[in-house]
Design a protein around this ligand. Structure first.
Ligand SMILES: Nc1nc2c(ncn2[C@@H]2O[C@H](COP(=O)(O)OP(=O)(O)OP(=O)(O)O)[C@@H](O)[C@H]2O)c(=O)[nH]1
Ligand SMILES: [Mg+2]
Length: 305
């Protein structure tokens, strides 16, 4: 459909909430693509990631953010600051506050609610994981009583795992909130993130899935080199962990785990790139990287602005 520039509507939406509430799952459901990595481990998303939704006459730029959580490391501070900044820096028109109905509300939810209430933007409340809550209506009533600031805000109850239903419910509330505005990104672009970042995320996702307890949080993936030769993408990646014990876990018995991670991530990258991929991973011990601000900047986790 041809649309006059004057008829275009657009908006920036941020997806915010506690870790593990389903922000990235919801983003992927809306975009109908596996753009942002999803795992069962809280604090999977570490950096703000933009994903672009296009419809005739409409563009919504979503910003998926790290779950708002106070942790012990500089990494946690950096992640928190990024998500909080996305709410407060004036670049966002609508905050989608993703609330996990399957978990009780506590101090962490209070902090998120406080930030969102003070955002000065439009707000949509997305009550997620309805399927995992025996009494979603009662939980919603509890939320309303605890956080009266949102009583007149649009709200939907969804299960982001049921992607097409969640997408439809979300878009019916979200689309009318976009005002007149330009297309910020070319219509064919799903994101402005590059293949280096997306490849590192796909590798990290496979490591998180293959390990447990502290290991997923202690892993950082660095792309050492990414070369595209015709239809072959050659990627060299360093997997940073904090201790030799963690290194042993990621490598596995006679290298069995790292080989599996490498093979799985190689397939994921090839699918995303639409090309063949050759991935080589090396595990390195970088003690206390989560408290090393320079390392966090070098890895692009902490970003200026
Ligand atoms: N049962 C159920 N699980 C869900 C739903 N939405 C997401 N999940 C699961 O919840 C977990 C976390 O989902 P994510 O999308 O990674 O959550 P997130 O809010 O992005 O988490 P962080 O990036 O860590 O802040 C994953 O295991 C998802 O499959 C839902 O509606 N119902
Ligand atoms: Mg996430």
């Amino acid at each position: 459909m041809n649309t006059q520039a004057s008829e275009l509507r657009s908006a920036f939406f941020a997806l915010v909430g506690r870790p593990n509430s389903g922000k990235s799952t919801l983003l992927n459901a809306i975009l109908e693509e596996e753009l942002s990595i999803v795992t069962s481990v809280p604090q999977t998303t570490r950096r703000n990631l933009r994903g672009v939704y296009n419809a005739p006459g409409l563009q919504i730029v979503f910003v998926d953010t790290p779950g708002l959580h106070r942790g012990a490391h500089a990494l946690n501070d950096v992640m928190y600051a990024q998500a909080a900044r996305s709410i407060a820096d004036g670049s966002i028109d609508v905050v989608c506050y993703v609330v996990d109905l399957s978990r009780a509300f506590g101090e962490e939810e209070d902090a998120v609610a406080g930030l969102v209430a003070g955002a000065g933007t439009q707000v949509i409340i997305v009550f997620n994981k309805a399927d995992a809550c025996p009494t979603p209506e009662a939980r919603r009533a509890e939320f309303a009583a605890r956080y009266p600031a949102f009583s007149d805000r649009p709200a939907i109850t969804v299960s982001a795992l049921d992607a097409s239903a969640a997408r439809a419910a979300f878009l019916s509330v979200a689309e009318p909130l976009a005002g007149p505005g330009p297309r910020y990104f070319p219509q064919e672009d799903l994101t402005d993130a590059d293949m280096r970042f997306l490849a590192a995320e796909l590798i990290r996702k496979r490591i998180i899935e293959a390990t447990r307890e502290e290991v997923p949080h202690a892993v950082c993936v660095e792309i050492i080199s990414y070369k595209e030769q015709e239809d072959l993408h050659r990627i060299d990646a360093a997997i940073h962990v904090e201790t030799t014990g963690q290194k042993g876990i990621v490598i596995g018995k006679q290298g069995s785990l790292i080989r599996r991670i490498q093979n799985q991530a190689q397939r994921d990258i090839a699918r995303l790139a639409g090309a063949r991929a050759r991935l080589k991973c090396h595990v390195r011990v970088t003690p206390k990287w989560r408290d090393n601000r320079r390392f966090l900047r070098e890895m692009g986790i902490e970003r200026p602005g």
